[in-house]
Structures are given as C-alpha cells and as structure tokens.
Design a protein around this ligand. Structure first.
Ligand SMILES: Nc1ncnc2c1ncn2[C@@H]1O[C@H](COP(=O)(O)OP(=O)(O)OP(=O)(O)O)[C@@H](O)[C@H]1O
Ligand SMILES: [Mg+2]
Length: 261
C-alpha cells in the first residue's frame, strides 16, 4: 500500500500553548486510520493543520508524495497572503483551497452546517470546486441515493434535521467534491449510540466501495478502533501509542484509559 498522507514531526502552537509537539502520523491509501484522545488532546488541531487552517512550526505534511505544508524558518506563516506573493519559505505550503483542490475534504467538528439553508443548498456549497452544473446535479442524486433521508428532506431547512441527519449531510457535503482523502472530526459527537453506528456503517461503505481513504478523529475510542485498521493515541499534543487498531483494542493501557475496561 502506498502512503497517501505523511505527517512528519509537526508542531502547532496557539501563543504559549503547545497544542501539538512533534506529531507523526501515516495514512496509507485505501485505509481507515483513527486518532483517539481525550478533550483538548489536540485532535482537531491536527486536522486543521492538514487542511492548512493552522500553521505548523516544525516538520512537514506530505500528500501523494508532495509536501503541502512545511514549517517556515520563523515559525510564522502568512496563510492569507495573495497567490504569487508568498515568501520563499512558504513556497511548499499550500492554501486551504489548494489542498481541497487536490482531493482532501474535512468534515469539521460540530458539523458546521448552514442551518438556514436547505439540504440541497448545503450540498451545493460542497460543490464549489465543480464547474459543471450537470455534474453537480448527478453528484447530488448520488448523495440522495446513498443517504435517502437527505433526498426526502432536500428542500427542508437544515435546522429542522436531527443531529444524526445533520452529520450525514455534513459528510455528504464533503463527498460532493469526490475527495480522495476524507478527514472526519468526531462524527459521533453528541449522537445516540445507534445513530453513531449508522454513521460508521456509512463511513465503511464510502471507504470500501468508493475507495476513499479516511482519517478519523474520535473521543468514542471503541467505535473508532473497531472501524479502523490503524490507530493512534494522542495525549496532551503528543502521539503516545500507535498500532493496528485490533491490537489497540486489546492494549491494557488503552482499555483502562479509553475503553472503560
Ligand atoms: N484557537 C485556539 N486558541 C487557543 N488555544 C486553542 C485554540 N484551539 C485549541 N486550543 C487549545 O489547544 C489544545 C488542543 O485543542 P484541540 O481543539 O485540538 O483538542 P481536541 O483533541 O480536538 O479536543 P476536543 O475533543 O475537545 O475536540 C487545547 O488545550 C485547546 O484549549
Ligand atoms: Mg476537537
């Protein structure tokens, strides 16, 4: 299996808070990989760094063998500089829209749906990279087939959907751009166990049938480890364990700290 995403010793700080310290993560093409960790461990920060929403102060992030983020000498990056006006040290660092254009889609924590827009309008927002209207329509129909509840509610305002339905919509919105790599930030957050199970089943199908590689961040360690092949455990901004997920499910430390056994 070839490596799709390589995070090599990255650090991220918020002022004096070191949110990530020398974090390395590898995601092979075609796999589901998970990262588990408690509140505030740095999970969302890692996903934001991958899509270029937080600058890194050490290390590199590579995607499909190309560097997409590199720590600049000063450790400060001008993320919103105009194209063509980046400094030499930023030349390896892509903007968020460029990373999306290469096939990386993030479903953010808390879903971040547009509550006053309809389901259909939300899906249109996910198609911002597609120029062809017919293709957008086809893609939406595909999503309605895959998530029938969204098809039934396509003209409804998103705020009228349940939490689980909104999460499905957030995933569908990310899939509108036909990503190669899907990043999911706590898809089970705040949802009932049966609904979480539905969502994880959908994620498995997206991976198996569409060949989408998935990097999943979760506090629900059991669901995430069961759904994935490889797992990472993060504590206070540091990766403290990584192994096949099946091994992590049997690991005594993981059982005690994350599985309540
Ligand atoms: N914008 C920010 N400014 C300052 N500190 C931040 C910011 N975002 C996150 N942090 C801090 O960085 C650390 C990591 O936060 P992060 O949101 O990445 O954790 P997390 O693992 O996603 O947590 P949760 O499970 O609660 O979502 C925490 O100490 C948090 O308080
Ligand atoms: Mg988070």
């Amino acid at each position: 299996m070839s490596e799709l995403l390589t995070i090599d010793s990255i650090s991220v700080s918020y002022g004096n808070i070191k949110a990530l310290r020398n974090v390395s993560v590898h995601v092979d093409q075609g796999d589901i990989v998970c990262l588990i960790g408690a509140n505030g461990a740095g999970k969302s920060t890692l996903l934001k760094a991958i899509v270029g929403l937080e600058p890194i102060t050490t290390g590199t992030i590579s995607y499909q063998g190309n560097i997409i983020a590199q720590a600049s000498a000063s450790g400060v990056k001008k993320r919103f500089a105009l194209p063509g006006r980046r400094s030499a040290s930023d030349s390896n660092t892509l903007r968020t829209d460029e990373i999306a254009g290469r096939g990386v889609a993030l479903v953010p924590e808390g879903r971040r749906v547009f509550a006053d827009m309809t389901v259909e309008e939300n899906l249109d927002m996910g198609a911002f990279l597609i120029r062809d209207d017919d293709k957008i329509s086809r893609k939406k129909e595909e999503m309605y087939d895959f998530f029938p509840i969204l098809g039934a509610r396509r003209k409804q305002k998103t705020r009228s959907l349940s939490g689980g339905e909104q999460q499905m919509m957030a995933i569908a919105r990310a899939l509108m751009s036909s990503p190669r790599l899907l990043l999911l930030d706590e898809p089970g957050l705040g949802l009932a166990p049966l609904i979480i199970q539905d969502i994880f089943e959908k994620i498995a199908i997206i991976n198996r049938e569409e060949g989408v590689t998935v990097f999943l961040v979760e506090q629900n360690a059991r669901m995430a480890l069961k759904a994935s092949k490889q797992g990472y455990v993060m504590e206070n901004g540091v990766v403290v364990l990584s192994d096949l997920s099946a091994n992590l499910l049997e690991n005594e430390k993981v059982k005690a700290a994350y599985l309540g056994e």
